[in-house]
Design a protein around this ligand. Structure first.
Ligand SMILES: Nc1ncnc2c1ncn2[C@@H]1O[C@H](COP(=O)(O)OP(=O)(O)OP(=O)(O)O)[C@@H](O)[C@H]1O
Ligand SMILES: [Mg+2]
Length: 334
């Protein structure tokens, strides 16, 4: 079990109200990602759930039990950090077994649990090695193994992949998703990387200055962002925001169109732009353009779309994919 409810949770450090008030419902078995820019309160919120920080106000319930005042160890959660903090002088087996040893579990049971965890994490062949003889990704898996053997009601991850290189991050992302599919345990995962959020989450919580801007599935946030902040944060490259006459003609203060919802042509279109930078990624080409009457825009073209600095390109928005925002930055319903 691992359902978690936050009611009016607040956190103040000295004078600074870091979390003004958060209400959140996490269902048993859900993969929830907290995403937001640096300093938005992601780690603080996670640490409040873990019990590593005391709340200033509000309540936290796990599986129907109020744990607001409970010590971290009494909450049945396991936390995995960015720095894996393994014991360098111990084998992988002993590192994973450590919390069970501390709990004085009998050895035969420990061996079974460690071997089960190692199998799930593809670490079976590495159990007798020291951490220094492992790659970064393998070390992170050992840290996760140490969390798994405790059979927590939820796993809490704080940017666990940010020390790894891009390729390994991609692989570990899949492994953690796969782990969630196998264990079906609640996971809360903190990241500032919206791609990790989009690819891993059942539910994304977008944080900004300690406030929840929106909660929803990845595609809900992508298709129907509630406000300018979420619209600009989710999606890569980011949504183009257009103000002025064009937005007004749509009854909006700001009109948003994603780079992938612009059609490009060398002959004609709604807007005329000049290519400032063309980024050729192979499958896609991202064009950064100076657009007449609008300013800077980014558009996605197919990999075969040949365009270079200085070329003239016409853009046409798919108006069915246009996002409209009022002067307060809130989405205008269609
Ligand atoms: N112990 C503390 N004392 C005072 N202020 C703190 C403390 N811990 C965090 N803060 C402040 O709370 C705010 C939120 O910090 P937090 O670490 O939760 O952000 P974050 O979203 O995890 O950022 P990052 O992506 O950089 O890890 C920041 O402004 C930070 O300076
Ligand atoms: Mg953080």
């Amino acid at each position: 079990m691992g359902s978690i409810t936050l009611k009016n949770v607040q956190k103040t450090f000295g004078e600074a109200k870091v979390i003004p008030s958060v209400d959140l419902e996490i269902k048993d078995g859900e993969f929830v990602v907290f995403v937001g820019p640096s300093g938005s309160g992601k780690s603080t919120l996670l640490r409040l759930i873990a019990g590593l920080e005391d709340v200033t106000g509000g309540s936290i319930t796990i599986d129907g039990k109020d744990v607001t005042e409970a010590a971290p160890a009494a909450r049945g959660l396991a936390m995995v950090f960015q720095s894996y903090a393994l014991y360098p002088h111990m084998s992988v087996r002993k590192n994973i077994a450590f919390p069970l040893k501390m709990a004085k579990m009998e050895q035969a049971k420990i061996d079974k649990k460690v071997e089960d965890a190692a199998r799930v994490l593809n670490l079976t062949d590495y159990l007798e090695r020291r951490p220094s003889q492992l790659s970064g990704g393998q070390r992170q898996r050992v840290a996760i193994g140490r969390a798994i053997v405790r059979e927590p009601s939820a796993f809490l991850f704080d940017e666990p992949l940010s020390n790894l290189d891009a390729a390994l991050r991609g692989t570990m992302r899949l492994e953690i998703s796969d782990l969630h599919n196998q264990l079906k345990t609640t996971m809360i995962y903190v990241t500032h990387d919206q791609i990790e959020a989009m690819t891993m989450a059942d539910k994304i919580v977008v944080l900004n200055r300690g406030n929840i801007e929106q909660v929803g599935s990845p595609m809900e946030l992508y298709n129907t962002p509630r406000n300018l902040f979420v619209a600009g944060f989710i999606g890569s490259p980011r949504m183009n925001m257009i103000t002025g006459a064009y937005a007004q003609s749509k009854g909006a203060a700001t009109a948003g169109i994603r780079p992938e919802h612009l059609t490009l042509s060398k002959e004609s279109g709604t807007w005329k732009g000049t290519v400032s930078v063309a980024e050729h990624l192979g499958a896609d080409t991202f064009l950064h353009l100076d657009v007449e009457g609008i300013g800077q825009m980014t558009a996605r073209a197919g990999g075969e779309f040949g365009a270079r600095h200085g070329d003239t390109v016409y853009l046409t928005p798919d108006e069915s994919r246009l996002h409209r925002f009022d002067d307060k930055g809130l989405a205008i319903k269609a």
